[in-house]
Design a protein around this ligand. Structure first.
Ligand code: ZN
Length: 162
């Protein structure tokens, strides 16, 4: 019982979380986020609109059963940093569960939200503005936003739709 309480209140130290973020960011293919996750057998689903559930706005989820990271709200109204931070936040939860699996612990809904936020901002910092822009663009393209922009650009090149 005391172990459970202890685990619940324990946060992964910031320094360790930041080091993990640097490690993962270095190996992450920002121009193809889905392929980086696919290498670990993780799916990536991206959509334009945020999900409204139980009176709050949800920007992303990690589903341990489907082994899928979902990033919502990739619309232009959110900054590149926010979109990439959402991805990073969910990747942290995915890693959290992977660690539990490796340790033979049950997957529970307990999440270290503080560590997820630390990880996300460290990841965004580690990537830097160019990589963040690239990653956000790739996510938006997957959500179908880039495709629409691309189409508009092509029409413009043909002298149509200007
Ligand atoms: Zn979270």
């Amino acid at each position: 019982m005391s172990d459970i309480v202890c685990n619940k209140s324990a946060h992964m130290p910031t320094e360790i979380v930041s080091r993990w973020a640097a490690h993962v960011a270095e190996r992450f293919d920002v121009s193809n986020p889905g392929s980086s996750l696919a290498r670990s057998g993780i799916g990536l689903h991206v959509s334009q609109a945020p999900v409204r559930a139980l009176g709050k706005v949800v920007y992303g989820t990690w589903d341990p059963l489907l082994r899928r990271v979902e990033v919502f709200a990739c619309h232009e109204g959110r900054s590149d940093e926010d979109v990439v931070a959402t991805l990073a936040h969910e990747v942290w939860h995915m890693m959290e569960d992977a660690r539990r699996e490796l340790a033979g612990q049950p997957i529970t809904p307990d999440r270290d939200e503080q560590a997820a936020e630390t990880f996300a901002s460290a990841w965004v910092r580690q990537l830097g503005p160019n990589a963040v822009r690239k990653c956000a663009a790739a996510l938006r393209a997957q959500a179908g936003i880039g495709a629409a922009l691309q189409c508009h650009t092509n029409l413009g090149a043909l002298g149509i739709g200007e």
